[in-house]
Design a binder for this molecule. Sequence first.
Ligand code: FAD
Length: 491
Amino acid sequence: MAPESAWDELPRVDVAIIGYGPVGATLANMLGQRGLSVLVLEREAAAYHLPRAVHFDDEVMRVFQSIGLAEAIEPTTHVSPGMRFVDATGKLLLDWPRPTTRGPQHWYASYRFHQPELEEVLRQGAARFPNVAVRARTEVFALDDAPGQMLIRAEDLASGRLLRIPARYVVGCDGARSTVRRFMGAAMEDLGFHEPWLVVDVLLSRPRPDLGDASVQHCDPARPATYVRGTGNRRRWEIALLPGEDAAAMCRPENVWRLLAPWITPEDAAIERAAAYVFHSAIATRWRAGRLLLAGDAAHLTPPFLGQGMCAGIRDVANLAWKLAAVLGGAPEALLDSYQSERSPHVRAYIEQAVRLGGLINTRAMEEALALGGGTARIASIKPRLGPGLAAGWAEASGTIAPQPRLSCGRLLDEAVGGDFALLARPGVEAPGAITDPAVQPFLEQAGAIAVVLRPDRYILGAARDAQELQTLLNAIPAGAEARRQFGDAA
Ligand SMILES: Cc1cc2nc3c(=O)[nH]c(=O)nc-3n(C[C@H](O)[C@H](O)[C@H](O)COP(=O)(O)OP(=O)(O)OC[C@H]3O[C@@H](n4cnc5c(N)ncnc54)[C@H](O)[C@@H]3O)c2cc1C
């Protein structure tokens, strides 16, 4: 270790976030909003510049709503009408339309966006909180356990100074090659998909409406490819690389244009950026070790065919943020055990669906699927349940995301209830603080419940069919959460 004089000691924070990608930045907003002291440590000077995420869903927009950023983000997005699967000749094999009207969560099912633009809004969002500090060009290289806290060792890359930072919890949002994961001793379970693909963003120099707004999966076994309509004049192609093709060479403009030739030429567009990736599918075996936690790509990797990698990371931090705040506010640390148990099976369902979809982008597999389905292979959009964790009361509906109706007062449900637990109830149910607005009644009727408790992340904790079940449900609200005191003497 370096001599003592070489170390700068920083004040202790509640939570240190390692990595300022979209997942770390969302978490910084969520914890900032909850009043915790947060330090973000990021190795790079600026956000990642190569082409990555282009799609997020209604649930993710709802998370952005919860941190007060949906209004800033929505104008930068484009609502996607869905995905079409065509064979090598362009013949339509399957149409997978997505609703272009608002869904039960108030938001649209499928948004297109430009990741650097989103990250900029998230970073500006985090800057609203005086209790959130960000240190760019700071690389974390070691994590040491200490009584009641972690000690982070990092290097300020601009000055070469070494930093020692105590933190009560450390969340590794440090991406696929996570340092935090290594210090946790967590392995990556291989889910079997590893393929090299070229990803190209172009900027149209003249309109090409014929390319369409829907994504297109070109199910050509000779070279599968995906087209995505980006925001503004940006268009994306993701193209499989073949065995023996050199990834760096394939990123050169002459090779990129050769691969794009079936769809577009330099007369129509300029290459904005091109990168070769190996798409992986893997999931960390351990998401928490004591005061160390993982979120985002550090915890799981998926091929991008469903556009769910970042979405899963945003869901991670929506699940984790309120639990961390509760534990730092006095709730038992065991609450954090439900983070991996709830999130890991959920993200696994998405990864497996993405791998399945990747397999279909191959004409023969698609034809077999069509034959099996009598000519109508279905690509279901999934909304899996959380894995086992906090589910309570009548568990029928628990672990699914609740709808977000607009209440009679004109406000959306989440805006009306804020960031804590919420109790939705039938009008006759006597429970202080319960929301009995007519707008929530269809949901309760559908659930067959007299009351439902929503968690701060808007997943359903559980439902109750009678007063006794309601009491059990209310008792299951973790101690330390505001709502327990609020609803505790109900029923
Ligand atoms: C081609 C492609 C298309 C995709 N399309 C989609 C899509 O449509 N929808 C979707 O939801 N997802 C998509 N994804 C996935 C998505 O881009 C990632 O899941 C997401 O960017 C991961 O975010 P993150 O914050 O977890 O990690 P990252 O964005 O990788 O951020 C990690 C950060 O940690 C920093 N860091 C690492 N180690 C250290 C250290 N030791 N000290 C300090 N800092 C460190 C890094 O510099 C980096 O900034 C796509 C990915 C690819 C490659």
